[in-house]
Write a protein that binds this ligand. Structure first.
Ligand SMILES: Cc1cc2nc3c(=O)[nH]c(=O)nc-3n(C[C@H](O)[C@H](O)[C@H](O)COP(=O)(O)OP(=O)(O)OC[C@H]3O[C@@H](n4cnc5c(N)ncnc54)[C@H](O)[C@@H]3O)c2cc1C
Length: 434
């Protein structure tokens, strides 16, 4: 292990931990303000839960985040600054169908009448109530309950029985949009956005640099793992709560953050990108698609994207909670067979139509957690996100989970990053003249 320099010599004004969208947003804003910032990342790549990959047939696919909507101004601006354009995300609007993979019959459903968050707010909700109990109480009709439970299992990447009803409603208060969150996508890989941000730092991110502990020595913060350490005035922990709680924090910070960090529980999500042959397929702007919700197994949804290539259509299947865990344990051949079956049942596509399938599991990952995001568990701190947001001083938290604007989305990660950068600037300015 390298020994830190003696005295209070520092390596940078700020060390940012985590090169996901939140960390890159902090670091690029601080760089623009002329602060020396070192960004360290546990993995060998930047982007975190944004992961553009080359699919089996050579074109790019988004294995992680991919969509946004017209109310998400920060991600739209970033996509455009990175040289990409926005385009329609998915074909939706026409029809929602319910499927049961064990009894392959389709049924139409009217989703818009099912889930009304405003009316859920009118229910009396105790701290220990699960999201499952709230939905059960608020909805009538066994099939409506099963439909919404299935959708929520996918949306929250885990079974509503595990989640806090009050915290989920609190989350929805910070999502100021009625638009579909899949309204738009970029016309090229989001990896380009990550590269754009990384190219605007004071120095390139330092990869394979997992942070294990943070300590405070006088007015210096030391960020370390077993091999290396860095000294700075402030540190931004731009990692999900499930990753932050694996880092040993200074006592003064741990006291404030411990219970909030432990309130988040990791979920499980599997994203399947599938391309099928479709002779004559074209992309009229008005084309409408079929939104598929699976009742059995629950937690499975499928959509058709608006990304058309000649004679091809593309689909995305999301599996959350137990079905995600089950799918991730299957081999590639069985996963492909599952995809074929779902596309056959839900879209009447023949087995031979499938040109390409890519399955990515986000489960039990030491760095990004699991699921789209971590959410607050039943009976835990309802205001855990707000508690982490308001911690200031030498250690500041930032990630999509704790954003007060579009939490759980790329938009939230950017927003949290910008707010953390402002907090860092205020802290650093407090040092002036000291
Ligand atoms: C499959 C999937 C699909 C999604 N789809 C969408 C979508 O369509 N639209 C949308 O808006 N959002 C979507 N999301 C959510 C979105 O991706 C995330 O909310 C957002 O990207 C999180 O950004 P972040 O910077 O907060 O965290 P992350 O992206 O998780 O970044 C955290 C970074 O910190 C690093 N790290 C962790 N621990 C340490 C440590 N100890 N030391 C150093 N580095 C560490 C990690 O390696 C990672 O790079 C999706 C997520 C997934 C998984």
């Amino acid at each position: 292990m390298k020994i830190e320099r003696p005295g209070s010599a520092i390596d940078a004004d700020v060390v940012v931990v985590g090169a996901g969208l939140a960390g890159l947003s902090v670091a690029s804003k601080l760089a623009a303000c002329g602060r020396r910032c070192i960004l360290v990342e546990a993995q060998a790549r930047a982007g975190g839960r944004i992961l553009s990959v080359t699919g089996p047939r050579g074109s790019y696919l988004e294995a992680g985040a991919g969509f946004f909507n017209a109310d998400m101004a920060n991600i739209i601006e970033l996509v455009q600054r990175a040289g990409l354009k926005t385009q329609r995300g998915v074909l939706d609007g026409a029809q929602t169908v319910l499927v049961d993979l064990h009894q392959p019959k389709l049924r139409e459903a009217n989703l818009s009448s099912l889930l009304d968050w405003e009316s859920l707010l009118e229910h009396r909700i105790s701290k220990g109530m699960s999201l499952h109990e709230l939905l059960d109480r608020a909805l009538s009709g066994a099939e409506d309950v099963r439909t919404v439970q299935s959708m929520m299992t996918e949306l929250m990447s885990q079974e509503p029985t595990r989640l806090s009803a009050a915290a989920t409603l609190e989350l929805t208060r910070h999502i100021p949009s009625d638009r579909s969150d899949m309204e738009l996508r970029a016309d090229g890989p989001l990896g380009q956005v990550i590269q754009y941000l990384a190219s605007h730092l004071t120095e390139p991110p330092r990869f394979n640099w997992p942070v294990q502990r943070i300590s405070i020595e006088g007015d210096v913060v030391v960020v370390a793992n077993n091999a290396r350490s860095l000294r700075a005035r402030t540190v931004v922990l731009a990692v999900p709560p499930t990753a932050a709680r694996r880092i040993v924090l200074p006592d003064s910070v741990a006291r404030l953050a411990h219970s909030a960090l432990n309130s988040f529980i990791a979920g499980a999500i599997v994203k399947i990108n599938a391309t099928v042959a479709s002779p004559g397929a074209s992309a009229p702007e008005s084309a409408a698609g079929r939104h598929v919700v699976c009742l059995d197994p629950p937690g499975l949804v499928a959509i058709e994207t608006a990304l058309f290539r000649d004679n091809e259509r593309s689909f995305i299947i999301f599996a959350g909670g137990q079905i995600a865990r089950d799918l991730s344990r299957l081999g590639e051949t069985e996963q492909t067979a599952f995809t074929r079956k779902l596309l056959r049942v839900a879209y009447a596509l023949s087995d031979t139509d499938l040109l390409e399938v890519m399955t990515t599991a986000w489960i039990d990952d030491p760095w990004t957690g699991g699921g789209y995001n971590a959410y607050i568990g039943r009976g835990r701190e309802v205001n855990a996100a707000a508690q982490l947001r308001t911690i200031d001083g030498p250690v500041i938290f930032a990630c999509s989970e704790i954003a007060d604007h579009f939490p759980g989305y790329m938009e939230g990660a950017i927003h949290a990053g910008h707010q953390a950068a402002d907090a860092v600037l205020a802290t650093l300015d407090g040092h002036v003249g000291k």
